[in-house]
Design a protein around this ligand. Structure first.
Ligand SMILES: NC(=O)c1ccc[n+]([C@@H]2O[C@H](COP(=O)([O-])OP(=O)(O)OC[C@H]3O[C@@H](n4cnc5c(N)ncnc54)[C@H](OP(=O)(O)O)[C@@H]3O)[C@@H](O)[C@H]2O)c1
Length: 246
């Protein structure tokens, strides 16, 4: 697919993977709107990338997502590519008094968020000539990391939901893509002891590989080693579980 002139919305695009994807789309002459909660991070992204459009929006709040749809229509007149990227990653032990509210909030951001944004934007996406929905998942969708229990569960749910969405939309023009990063050097991993000693790839490199897959019209873009992890989780699930939860 050709990205020139495409109207793109990236949730959680103020920093990290979302912002690098935004920059790549801009380089390909797409129109890009990113949203996030923190206005100062959005302002910083805008000051460094003047062509970028920004909007404050919490994907868990229905009214804010409805306003985001309005903003998208006003700015671009429609949408071609929706990237459900916003998510949080939290590690905790359920025996150590970790608040239930924080667990439910993680479910809201990582699962309710993409479901809500997709439903609210679907009508508009159906008007596009070449619509695409991209859902960000994780290797932890295939093998849970037990102390990132909610994150792993929400990403497994994203995989399942993506499959159903793709099937239900098969007679429309909407393409539904699953995109899985390996371990990427972003804020998400800044205080993650689980990645100590691991080789992290840069968000820029991940964005390059993602756009390459999108342009080739791939339905699943599992950046190495996630493709291998998926296979191992099928053929040796216990081994994969043990390796990840030493
Ligand atoms: N980094 C990795 O190693 C890795 C690996 C596998 C999968 N992933 C997936 O890749 C995606 C991006 O991750 P990342 O590493 O770039 O994360 P990140 O650096 O932590 O950035 C997350 C982005 O999401 C936004 N966000 C969080 N909650 C939000 C909400 N309720 N509404 C709107 N925006 C919200 C954040 O901005 P505000 O906080 O200002 O809202 C920020 O812009 C996520 O889906 C993640 O699960 C990442």
């Amino acid at each position: 697919m050709n990205l020139k002139g495409k109207n793109v919305l990236i949730t959680g695009g103020s920093i990290g993977i979302g912002l690098e994807l935004a920059k790549m789309f801009l380089a390909d002459e797409a129109n890009v709107l990113v949203c996030a909660r923190n206005q100062s991070a959005l302002d910083k992204a805008k000051s460094e990338n003047p062509a970028l459009q920004i909007a404050q929006c919490d994907v868990t709040v229905r009214e804010q997502v409805e306003n985001l749809l309005q903003t998208t229509k006003e700015l671009f007149g429609g949408i071609d590519i929706l990237i459900n990227n916003a998510a949080v990653f939290r590690r905790f032990n359920i025996l150590e008094d970790y608040p239930l509210e924080k667990q439910l909030e993680e479910i809201d951001i990582n699962l309710k968020g993409p479901v809500q944004v997709t439903n609210i934007f679907l009508k508009e996406l159906l008007q596009s000539k070449e619509p695409v929905i991209v859902n960000l998942t994780s290797g932890l969708a295939y093998v849970p990391m037990t102390d990132a229990q909610i994150y792993s569960a929400t990403k497994a749910a994203i995989n399942s939901w993506t499959q159903s969405l793709r099937y239900q939309l098969r007679k429309t023009k909407v393409r539904v893509v699953l995109l899985s990063p390996p371990v990427v050097d972003t804020r998400m991993n800044a205080n993650n002891p689980g990645v100590e000693g691991m080789k992290l790839i840069s968000p820029k490199r991940f964005a390059e590989l993602s756009l390459r897959g999108l342009k080739k019209n791939k339905d699943e873009i599992l950046v190495s080693p996630i493709n291998s992890l998926k296979l191992i989780s099928r053929f040796a699930p216990r081994m994969a579980f043990k390796a990840l939860n030493k």
